[in-house]
Design a protein around this ligand. Structure first.
Ligand code: PGA
Length: 251
């Protein structure tokens, strides 16, 4: 069955001092009942992988280039991230779609590159507030999903639903809104890739997940975990989210 995953996205936050938070997480979760991932800025991946070595916490990246190497100043390839100690990579985050003009086709190429390098891709989709208010949410999500995922969907794929209006705003989607999108995503994956791949895909919710709303979100239909921004920066905030998912994952 699919993995239950509590993933932290540190975004452009943290220098080496921030690794103390990772040390605290490693100490607090020796045998968590779910998978735990921290995606620090690229400058910290190798050091974070050192801190997490031998622990139950995995380290991921926040983006990769679609090519394995070449003349792409400032970019990082998927094999480089693997070499630095990453096992996962976030792709198509709405901040990258907005700040860097990332398109579904470009994200699909990055997803293919990640899979080829052996990274687990965490492909992000999400509607803006204007799109939600126009009643376009499910159309936007299925279009992004279809465009961003390669035809040969990898085993153990992760998809994150992150409504743009809920990211970093403290405004969390309701469980009804989350369930509607997550159920639709599972159905779309089943239709395109078949039931085995769809069942093996972890669907994360992201957008203002905090210790006090995590349990309710994890009890929602087709939610297999969370992609957490702000609340992943402090072990004191992220740790209860990991515990909530561990508790929700017990049979
Ligand atoms: P947030 O960010 O938890 O700070 O809302 C979520 C994300 O962007 O992954």
């Amino acid at each position: 069955m699919r993995q239950q995953l509590s993933a932290g996205n540190w975004k452009m936050n943290g220098t080496t001092a921030q690794l103390d938070e990772l040390r605290a997480l490693v100490a607090a979760h020796k045998a968590p009942g779910c998978a735990v991932l921290i995606c620090p800025p690229a400058t910290l991946i190798a050091a974070a992988a050192d801190v997490a070595r031998g622990s139950s916490i995995a380290i991921g990246a926040q983006d990769c280039h679609a090519a394995a190497s070449g003349a792409h100043t400032g970019d990082l390839s998927a094999p480089m991230l693997v070499d630095a100690g990453a096992t996962h990579v976030i792709l198509g985050h709405s901040e990258r779609r907005a700040d860097h003009g990332e398109t579904d086709a470009g994200i699909r190429a990055k997803t293919e590159a990640a899979v080829t390098a052996g990274l687990v891709p965490i492909v992000c989709v999400g509607e803006t507030l204007a799109q939600r208010e126009a009643g376009e949410t499910l159309k936007v999500i299925t279009t992004q999903l279809n465009g961003s995922l390669p035809d040969a969907a990898p085993a153990g794929l992760v998809v994150a639903y992150e409504p743009v209006w809920a990211i970093g705003t403290g405004r969390v989607a309701t469980t009804d809104q989350i369930a509607q999108v997550h159920d639709a995503m599972r159905a779309a994956l089943t239709e395109r890739f078949g039931v085995d791949v769809a069942d093996a895909t972890s669907l994360l919710y992201g957008g203002s997940v905090k210790p006090d709303n995590a349990a309710e979100i994890f009890a929602t239909s087709n939610v297999d975990g969370a992609l957490v921004g702000g609340a992943s920066l402090r072990a004191a905030d992220f740790s209860p989210i990991v515990t909530a998912l561990s508790d929700a994952s017990q049979p």
